[in-house]
Design a protein around this ligand. Structure first.
Ligand code: PAF
Length: 287
């Protein structure tokens, strides 16, 4: 079905050839890197790319290097037929879907040491995660030298890591972070939401409620971040979300934890709802 009507490249040589051809046509190229299991959040990235680019390539690759041995790489959701159908319906120009050997052949042993912004939060809880993300993204940027690359702001720290890497390593690709897409009740869309039972799904909304409360507190003039994070923890606790990796407020650029809202800041949460680890965030700007 979808495979016949959408252009899929599976090898480095094929994808480089297609990108080269599009470049020669003078097109503005957009890249949307994904790990598949596509939802509205991903599709919003594709639409954003289509609005500002003439040729859009989506990559689907579950990157083993960003999973730790305790995280289950093999259990990451894979919904390839539905993904290709959605991308075909949107009319993407090219899908790059390499297998593992294509990107990590035998003998592969070079990794990117990510910037300092990778150290706190996800970096603490998931050591090595951003090393894997930075490595695959730099590899994709080399194989697919597009003009712009699109990332979801739900992975706020990931966006900051990639921005800093691109800046530090002089990669000539513009990074565009796109807004979080939410379910009607506020839950941020995520490939992992499908693991939630009906009861967990109800409790999961506490993450967006907590970051939303942080936004309201700041708008109401609260500047002590400890007051705000206490409220965030309260909301999670009341929803029975007790395994909280972090619920914190940090400088929006460096992700250093701050005590007062005296600069652009971000509220960040990672917590388990049942066995499913979810993240959410919101930018906080003092009036
Ligand atoms: O956000 C993701 O899905 C992944 O971390 C990314 C950016 C595609 C790299 O594998």
């Amino acid at each position: 079905m979808s495979e016949e009507t959408i252009h899929i490249a599976r090898t480095r040589a094929e994808v480089q050839h297609c990108i080269q051809a599009a470049r020669e046509g003078g097109k503005r190229l957009g890249l949307v890197p994904t790990m598949g299991a596509l939802h509205e959040g991903h599709l919003s990235l594709v639409r954003a790319a289509q609005r500002s680019c003439d040729f859009v390539v989506v990559t689907i690759f579950v990157n083993p290097a960003q999973f730790s041995p305790t995280e289950d790489f093999s259990k990451y959701p894979r919904t390839i037929d539905a993904d290709l159908e959605a991308l075909r319906d949107l009319g993407v120009d090219l899908v790059f879907m390499p297998d593992r050997e294509e990107l990590y052949p035998g003998g592969f042993s070079t990794y990117v040491l990510p910037p300092a912004v990778a150290d706190p939060f996800e970096g603490q809880v998931r050591p090595g995660h951003f090393r894997g993300v930075a490595t695959i993204i730099l590899k994709l940027f080399h194989l697919l030298p597009t003009d712009v690359a699109f990332f979801g702001q739900k992975d706020y720290q990931q966006c900051q890591v990639i921005r800093q890497m691109v800046e530090d390593l002089n990669v000539p690709i513009e990074i565009q972070a796109c807004p979080i897409i939410r379910e009607p009740d506020g839950l941020a869309m995520s490939s992992r939401n499908r693991y939630l039972s009906p009861d967990e799904r109800r409790r999961a909304v506490s993450l967006s409620a907590a970051v939303g409360e942080a936004v309201r507190q700041v708008q109401a003039g609260t500047t002590e971040t400890s007051v705000i994070t206490e409220r965030m923890h309260d909301i999670l606790r009341k929803a029975g979300v007790t395994k909280v990796d972090y619920a914190a407020i940090a400088d929006a650029t460096t992700l250093e934890v701050i005590n007062r809202i005296d600069r652009p800041a971000v509220a960040l949460i990672a917590a388990y709802v049942g066995a499913t680890r979810l993240i959410d965030n919101a930018l906080l700007t003092a009036e």
